[in-house]
Design a protein around this ligand. Structure first.
Ligand SMILES: Cc1cc2nc3c(=O)[nH]c(=O)nc-3n(C[C@H](O)[C@H](O)[C@H](O)COP(=O)(O)OP(=O)(O)OC[C@H]3O[C@@H](n4cnc5c(N)ncnc54)[C@H](O)[C@@H]3O)c2cc1C
Length: 417
């Protein structure tokens, strides 16, 4: 086990990089967190804020293949592949379909549980003592159905959650109205997933935890990193601010990680799965929980600064501008979920989920590049998986042995993609 203080550069200050930096500092390392922008303000700021031990249902589930043709042809549906990028994503899609077999889906679900099983407790520990503990509040995840008969506790996804200990409840229209008065009366039933939390402002959580990094003695550097280079058992990190040597590097640059890795000859099948939100301030409308419209795959939640409705899974390019059709479609979903929004004008946002076909991230020291640790690819679950990821990253840097098998998070799984 390594005990000497190591210098570690964390490249990318999204929630994954931030949580990694904190765990590394707590383990006694000398940490520099680098981001070209304000930390925590890219994909990590605009998400739906769900923090759940039970988000253990991967995107690739049995039967998903039936939905794919519709996704490709419908330009404003909940999911889609841009025609221009469909060829590029074909191998990814094939692997995604393989991951949807029941045995693979269950294996992936177990690995997801390793990362989000303690999410609520770990966030509360992280935020404790910052004075901003109210950024995380207890909540349920309300899966709302327009047809009562679709609310099926025996559906595979709910079974998976229940097997891992989730407390679920099926309620009818009247109880749903009591629970969420602002929600449309079109919803006829809901399945409640209990024992969760929700973030009231994911972007501010990033800022508050960045302050904590500085209080713990870490350095936060605004730097656009261009190159990572192994030199004499250490790593040179080159950015617009110059080149500096570190004992180890943690690559946590979300979707942008793949490009930095490519320069080292490492290729990973990371898809740019873009999501959107529309946000309504000053409406006075609130929801008490995270509420999913199960037909639109969109989640509405009350944030510090208004009601946010987040969704869409658009496979496209990193640098392609947001698609106004998807924003309009999401506005329509928002109004259909909360009818009193009908005259309100939202602000829109787009962020890029870094997604692998099995819904699992890479968290490992690359065998081909000792001292380089990958921590990216958290797709739909990065907010809730970040604290545990940070702890695993610190263990890897410290070369600590654990009894837990983390092989599901290795890049080798994509060798024969
Ligand atoms: C619509 C939507 C809803 C979502 N809802 C949820 C949810 O409810 N719960 C949940 O857990 N997850 C959710 N997610 C997923 C979650 O937001 C992401 O998985 C997570 O934010 C990824 O975090 P990250 O730190 O890996 O990446 P990012 O937040 O994208 O951070 C990467 C950082 O790296 C920096 N960077 C990139 N390249 C460089 C470079 N060369 N040099 C320096 N810095 C660089 C960027 O500036 C950025 O700050 C949602 C995502 C979307 C889009």
């Amino acid at each position: 086990m390594t005990t000497a203080k190591q210098s570690v550069a964390v490249v990318g200050g999204g929630i994954v990089g931030i949580c990694s930096a904190i765990s590394l500092l707590e383990a006694g390392n000398d940490v520099t967190l680098m981001d070209r922008d304000d930390t925590g303000q890219a994909t990590s700021s605009g998400n739906a804020g769900i923090i759940s031990p039970w988000s253990i249902v991967p995107q690739a589930m049995p039967g998903i293949w039936k939905q794919i043709p519709g996704m490709i042809v419908k330009p404003d549906g909940p999911a889609g592949v841009s025609l221009r990028h469909s060829f590029q994503y074909f191998p990814w899609l094939m692997r995604f379909l393989r991951e949807s077999k029941i045995d693979r889906a269950k294996t992936n679900s177990n690995a997801m549980h390793l990362l989000c099983g303690d999410a609520v407790t770990l966030y509360r520990d992280l935020i404790k003592g910052t004075g901003h503990e109210d950024l995380i509040v207890d909540a349920m995840y309300v899966h709302a159905f327009r047809k009562a008969e679709d609310a099926d506790l025996d559906a595979l996804g709910f079974q998976m959650r229940s097997e891992k200990g989730a407390e679920l409840d099926l309620i009818g229209a009247a109880d749903l109205r009591d629970l969420e008065p602002a929600l449309s009366h079109d919803f006829q039933a809901a399945i409640l997933i209990k024992g969760q939390a929700r973030a009231r402002n994911p972007g501010r959580i990033g800022s508050v935890l960045t302050d904590k990094i500085m209080r713990l003695g870490g350095t936060v550097l605004r730097a656009d990193v261009h190159d990572l280079k192994p030199v004499d058992g250490a790593w040179d990190v080159t950015s617009n601010t110059g080149t500096k040597r570190y004992d180890k590097v943690v690559l946590a640059a979300g979707i942008w990680s793949a490009n930095l890795l490519k320069k080292l000859g490492v290729s990973v099948p990371l898809a740019a799965e873009r999501g959107y939100h529309v946000s309504y301030t000053h409406t006075g409308l609130t929801l008490n929980n995270s509420v999913m419209d199960t037909s639109a795959h969109a989640v509405a939640s009350s944030m510090e600064n208004g009601l946010r409705v987040a969704g869409m899974a658009e496979f496209s390019g990193i640098d392609v501008p947001p698609d106004p059709k998807r924003i309009r479609a999401l506005e329509k979903v928002a109004r259909s979920m909360v009818p009193a929004l009908k005259d309100a004008t939202p602000k829109s946002w787009m962020g890029i989920r870094p997604s692998f076909p099995d819904s699992l991230p890479i968290i490992q020291e690359f065998r081909s590049h000792p001292g380089l640790i990958g921590a990216f690819g958290h797709s739909h679950y990065g907010l809730m998986m970040a604290p545990k990821t940070g702890r695993i990253v610190a263990d890897i840097v410290e070369r600590k042995r654990t009894n837990v098998d983390f092989s599901a998070f290795g890049a080798e799984r994509f060798k024969f993609l």
